[in-house]
Design a binder for this molecule. Structure first.
Ligand code: ADQ
Length: 476
């Protein structure tokens, strides 16, 4: 029987129109292989041990239910109040509460039980993101020997920050049960290797793979991208100008989930600073779209309030009857409208304090007219900055630096804008989401199995180890 792909993520796509690059990228391969996507149902409920079929073909989507307590302790708790701030260098926001880690482990164990029942021996299992780090560990303990890959969408934590976990040594252990660890950037790979270098249980193979106890993990960067054509299609669909009555003379755009990692406070302050020093008589508009996210977590409530205060303060100081300098939209916007808005903007502000990649940066570039493009202002701490070196890179902690970049972007000659955009667009095209998914799966498909077989099959001799080691060298 040909192998199928099993994708596991915390959220399951429900087939609505808001599909991002990940869903689009995996659509074809899931449909072709008769694969399935397993994830949490958006509605909480009691877990009866079964998986519910959600959405419609061409591939199966199977959902498990999280209880209200799971949501609190596993999702909002360990995942988003411990791992998320820790990986984004916000140790000050890490909130250890009794029961968080136990719930995280228990939910992963329950999901592993479902996957173990579904997986045929040759299937590839692809696990996504920090909610599910211990999933392979749990699958291995159930005897699952399949190739299992993991992609971390957020930054790999710095070695020092891992000490904020109650059991920091678990992190390296969890990862070692994956055959392939995919990270966003070369910087993330370097941080991951630094963790293993400091761990006496780990050994570096000549291939560059890491042997941890009896297992070998290949660690590589796979910079994620967007579905370029799908996103650009939004430009053709909508005819009306989103600014029905009043089109701003210079539009600067920001689009983010409302999250403290996105550097929104300094972005607003920087726009305020730019207004103070702008050329006389100009009336630029900064449009920030920031739908709410994780509203039950205190740190998210705090940033929401602070942002409202700053935007109110700046508008209070500068607005005129027919000019609102900051338009702050605290809700979702349809993807096709997003493409149009990006296309109309002269500049886009991405000022993340830390970010795995940042797809908004790539969406802005993709939506531009190559003959007269806008300018991307990009935090040097976003993963996207590693390759998009021709964006105007800024230090998001430095308000003056961001304000100066706004000034430079709005005054930039067309020739320079075209050249910078071309270079950024090359990166967007090279990392297109379908290529990203295919590359990851191709590498995963070649990862050695022999070590896990040796570990799980009683009586198997040690020759499997050497075979795996030499196989591992093939894909570095
Ligand atoms: P996010 O932190 O969610 O993703 P990002 O990469 O910017 O950050 O992706 C957000 C997506 O949501 C984009 O496609 C964007 O267009 C969309 N979006 C944001 N605001 C929206 C709005 N108001 N209305 C509609 N759509 C909106 C995590 C990591 C990132 C990593 C991605 C993918 O934190 O670093 O790039 O995963 O791996």
């Amino acid at each position: 029987m040909p192998s199928k792909l099993i994708v596991v993520s915390n959220r399951i796509p429900m087939g609505d129109s808001s599909s991002g690059g990940l869903v689009v990228a995996l659509h074809d391969v899931l449909a072709r292989s008769g694969g399935l996507w397993v994830g949490a149902h958006p509605d909480t409920g009691s877990d009866d041990g079964t998986l519910e079929l959600v959405g419609s073909e061409p591939y199966r989507r199977l959902a498990f239910r999280l209880s209200e307590t799971d949501l609190k302790n596993y999702y909002l708790g360990f995942s988003n109040s411990v791992l998320w701030p820790l990986c984004h260098r916000r140790g000050d926001l890490v909130d250890h509460q009794p029961g968080f880690e136990e719930a995280y482990r228990a939910v992963n164990r329950r999901i592993a039980l479902r996957i173990a029942e579904l997986a045929d021996p040759d299937d590839l299992v692809w696990v996504h993101d920090y909610h599910l780090l211990p999933l392979a560990y749990e699958l291995r303990s159930l005897g699952v020997r399949n190739r299992i890959g993991f992609f971390l969408h957020i930054p790999f934590p710095a070695l020092g920050d891992l000490s904020m976990l109650a059991n920091p040594e678990d992190f390296a252990e969890w990862i070692s049960h994956y055959n392939l660890l995919g990270l966003q950037t070369r910087g993330d790979v370097a941080r991951c290797l630094e963790m293993y270098r400091a761990d006496p249980r780990a050994e570096f193979l000549p291939s560059g793979c890491v042997r941890f106890r009896d297992r070998i993990t290949s660690i590589r960067s796979f910079p994620i991208g967007i579905d370029v054509e799908g996103f650009r299609a939004g430009l053709l669909e909508e005819e009306d100008c989103p600014f029905a009555q009043e089109k701003p003379e210079a539009l600067i755009i920001g689009v983010d989930r409302l999250d403290y990692t996105k550097g929104l406070l300094n972005r607003f302050r920087a726009f305020g600073r730019y207004l103070e020093t702008r050329p006389e008589g100009t009336r630029p508009c900064f449009l920030q779209i920031a739908p709410p996210s994780r509203e039950k977590v205190q740190a998210y409530q705090d940033i929401t309030r602070e942002l409202e205060e700053i935007s109110g303060h700046i508008n209070g100081a500068y607005a005129e009857i027919d000019w609102t300098p900051i338009r702050y939209i605290h809700r979702n916007v349809e993807r096709k409208s997003l493409a149009r808005l990006h296309n109309m903007a002269q500049a886009c502000l991405v000022t993340s304090l830390a970010d795995g990649m940042n797809l908004v940066a790539k969406e802005f570039v993709a939506a531009q007219d190559p003959g007269d493009p806008g300018v991307l202002i990009l935090s040097r701490f976003a993963g996207a900055a590693e390759d998009m070196t021709e964006a105007l890179q800024v230090n998001p902690y430095d308000v003056e630096d961001i304000a100066a970049a706004i000034r430079q972007a709005l005054a930039m000659p067309k020739l320079e804008r075209v050249a910078r955009h071309r270079a950024c667009m090359d990166v967007v095209e090279d990392t297109e989401s379908s290529v990203w998914a295919k590359t990851f799966l191709k590498v995963l498909g070649k990862c050695p199995l022999s070590l896990t077989e040796k570990l799980l099959t009683p009586g198997k001799d040690s020759s499997g180890t050497e075979e795996a080691e030499s196989d591992a060298e093939v894909h570095r």
